[in-house]
Design a binder for this molecule. Structure first.
Ligand code: UT7
Length: 334
């Protein structure tokens, strides 16, 4: 029997209108545009205002995806959502997005793997498609990072932004689609990047709120060191495993956490900057959405058969790389 692969057959994204610039941040904390550009490489990030959560953005991305791929909500078998900022601790944001867009004959769940979330969720979806039982699977990356960012802490508030993006996965017997993954977790890194309260160990209380324990806590330097080495390790390992060279690899799609991490990863892979998707300047770190948001923005430049490596590192620690061959030419019909 022919090997069944899962291929991305469409991608869509949605970002809020509000742009939080470095100059505005400089009115909130002691920072400058120059420091942020030099150390992180972010110029502005989008912020979702009002009492709206990740499902609001995710539903917009999924609605656009269904429309542009000519997919009826009734055809969707499974919807998986990567997020660390679910609308609520329960129910899952996948349920809420499905309800909002009219997906009624599917099941789904959320996956939490911080900044590697999209890669882990994509691979989970791949396994379902490769089983032969699932024909149309939607993978969403949605995070409202502004809801867990402390805008009085200059060491973390420049980093994050809000966005959602989604891909459609379908089975194929052609020589395209997701080929392989190398994913890892190392829970001993959990103390360097996490949220101190809000879970079952330290439920919300007046004390946890007063101590600002419901925001991202990060020891930036430690995380930076691990991110640079681990993301490059798995990307280079993938290149070696498939005899990919800087010439035959068409694109690297890195998680967008820090321009210096992206540059270091590309350098270890021997890739020129033109082959690296980078939009961190405009959106910052949108956690689950960074990689599909890049695919969406570069979609019209992608060709069927392009060799692409997706790579990420995040809290947990989690990290990984996916190797895929793009399945269609240019942008799909809008
Ligand atoms: O996606 C999930 C994974 N997360 C990451 O990959 C993030 C990894 N970490 C990083 O990207 C970097 O560590 C940061 C961007 C968070 C920080 O950059 P850094 O080069 O590691 O700076 P630092 O934390 O060592 O701070 C250097 C100095 C400090 O001042 P002193 O102690 O040298 O006087 C900070 O207080 O820069 C200061 N600083 C700032 N100055 C102006 C920290 N934040 C700011 C700021 N504006 N926003």
């Amino acid at each position: 029997m022919e090997k069944l692969r899962a291929a991305i057959t469409g991608v869509h994204a949605w970002v809020p209108d509000y742009r939080l610039t470095n100059d505005e941040l400089a009115t909130m904390v002691d920072t400058t545009d120059e420091w942020i550009m030099q150390r992180i490489g972010i110029k502005e990030r989008r912020i979702l205002k009002g009492e709206r959560g990740s499902s609001y953005m995710g539903a917009k991305a999924v609605r656009g995806l269904l429309e542009k791929t000519g997919t009826s909500p009734d055809e969707v078998d499974l919807i998986l959502v990567s997020t660390i900022t679910p609308d609520r601790i329960f129910p899952a944001t996948s349920n809420i997005i499905a309800d909002k867009v009219g997906i009624k004959h599917a099941w789904g769940f959320d996956i939490n793997a911080a900044c590697s979330g999209f890669l882990f969720t994509l691979q989970t979806a791949v396994e379902y498609v490769e089983s032969g039982r699932y024909k149309k699977v939607i993978v969403v990356g949605a995070d409202k990072m502004s809801s867990i960012t402390d805008y009085t802490d200059r060491t973390t508030c420049p980093l994050f932004g809000d966005a959602a993006a989604a891909v459609l996965l379908e089975p194929t017997t052609e020589d395209v689609g997701i080929i392989d993954h190398i994913h890892h977790v190392d829970g001993s890194g959990r103390k360097y990047l996490y949220m101190k309260a809000g879970g079952s160990v330290r439920p919300p209380s007046i004390e946890t709120v007063t101590n600002k324990e419901h925001f991202v806590y990060q020891e930036g330097k430690v995380v930076f060191k691990f991110a640079v080495s681990r993301m490059a390790d798995v990307s280079v390992e993938m290149m070696e495993k498939y005899n990919l060279t800087p010439e035959t690899l068409n694109w690297l799609v890195p998680h967008q956490a820090n321009m210096r991490i992206i540059e270091a990863t590309a350098k270890r892979m021997g890739l020129p900057k033109e082959k690296v998707m980078i939009n961190i300047q405009r959106y910052g770190n949108t956690t689950s959405a960074t990689i599909p948001l890049c695919l969406y923005e570069w979609e019209d430049q992608l060709k069927k058969g392009d060799n692409i490596i997706l790579a990420a590192f995040g809290g947990g620690f989690t990290w990984g790389a996916i190797y895929l061959k793009w399945a269609y030419d240019g942008a799909k019909k809008q």
